[in-house]
Design a protein around this ligand. Structure first.
Ligand code: SF4
Length: 330
């Protein structure tokens, strides 16, 4: 089985953009690849954060991922900072990475603008840590959205450079593009995110979600209920495509919108029904897992131990090839 690696930051809240844009895909892929999924807390500290919230955010995210369908037994879900090899390999990769390449990364430029008061080295070095995250497990498959393809290409380049200098060690990983395009926020203006406040959380109740859906913008052409609309111009229709099966999607939603056979509120109610068919089982699993926190902690600890072993073997190989005394212990 090929090795898959992916990571997610502990922002303290899972929203449906995370679920439909990435996690749902990971749940399917975990049966096809040997999967390592990391809660990447070392990435999260490159921007301002509250240390008092970090531990809860990390654990809540792990619970949420398991509730979404990440398999407790099959998939190695772990916390990044529990495995020191990630930082060790980052330092080594730093020495084969030209500064100019990091400065050209789109995400660094965007983040440097967003966090002008804290443009730290970690922000610049983020892609090198990502490369270390993937390659320390000799990851071959990286499931990403289009905005992350540049980072996977960067990781391939790091592997090529290291292999050329010190001998064949790392695979050149492949991006496995998520079928779902980026999920826009409920405002329809920008990508769904916690910081923009335009999210629907995976654990929100039906009532809370309705409060967000009811006033959400739709196709502006539908001023009155009798005005026909164009579903492709409407963010609500995009959400329908994620949860509403055929033929209901084409025959009731799209056709109803074009012919003014349904109103926007009818359409949103149907969306709510179909969305809750996905979220209800997740919320039930979450409640069940939240009542068994000790077991979940044990799984995370065992997974971290597995990762330390794999990472330790890679680091020994790397250090031997680099002429460094292999003192790093598993
Ligand atoms: Fe959007 Fe549905 Fe209204 Fe059409 S009917 S504009 S798809 S909310």
């Amino acid at each position: 089985m090929k090795v898959l690696f992916t990571g997610i930051q502990p922002t303290g809240l899972l929203h449906i953009g995370n679920y439909f844009g990435a996690i749902r895909n990971w749940v399917e892929l975990q049966y096809k690849y040997k999967s390592f999924i990391s809660v990447v807390d070392l990435h999260a500290i490159t921007i301002e954060y509250d240390p008092r919230e970090m531990e809860d955010n990390v654990f809540e995210l792990a619970l949420g991922l398991f509730a979404c369908g990440i398999d407790l037994e099959k998939t190695t879900l772990f916390v990044q900072s529990e495995v020191t090899g990630h930082a060790d390999l980052t330092w080594i990769f730093n020495t084969v990475t030209p500064l100019g390449e990091l400065e050209r990364m789109t995400q660094f430029k965007d983040k440097a603008k967003q966090h002008r008061k804290n443009v730290n080295i970690g922000l610049l070095d983020y892609p090198v840590l990502q490369a270390a995250d993937i390659l320390i497990y000799k990851g071959e498959i990286v499931p990403v959205g289009e905005d992350q393809v540049q980072h996977v290409e960067f990781t391939r380049e790091v592997a090529r450079r290291f292999n050329a200098r010190f001998g064949d060690t790392f695979p050149e990983c492949q991006a496995e593009l998520t079928a779902t395009p980026r999920v826009m926020g409920i405002d329809g203006q920008s990508k769904m995110s916690k910081s923009k406040g335009n999210f629907i959380a995976v654990l929100e109740s039906r009532e809370e979600i309705w409060k967000k859906l009811a006033p959400a913008p739709t196709d502006p052409a539908r001023v009155k209920r009798s005005d026909p609309g164009t579903p492709e111009k409407c963010n609500i229709y995009f959400y329908h495509q994620l949860v509403t099966p055929e033929p209901e999607l084409s025959e009731y939603i799209a056709h109803g919108c074009r012919t003014a056979g349904i109103g926007c509120l009818d359409c949103k109610r149907k969306l709510l029904d179909n969305l809750m068919k996905v979220l209800d089982p997740i919320q039930e699993r979450y409640s069940d897992l939240a009542a068994r926190k000790g077991e979940v902690r044990d799984v995370l600890e065992a997974n971290a131990e597995t990762c330390r072993e794999v990472a330790g073997r890679t680091m020994l190989e790397v250090k031997e090839k680099m002429g460094l005394r292999p003192v790093w212990k598993v």
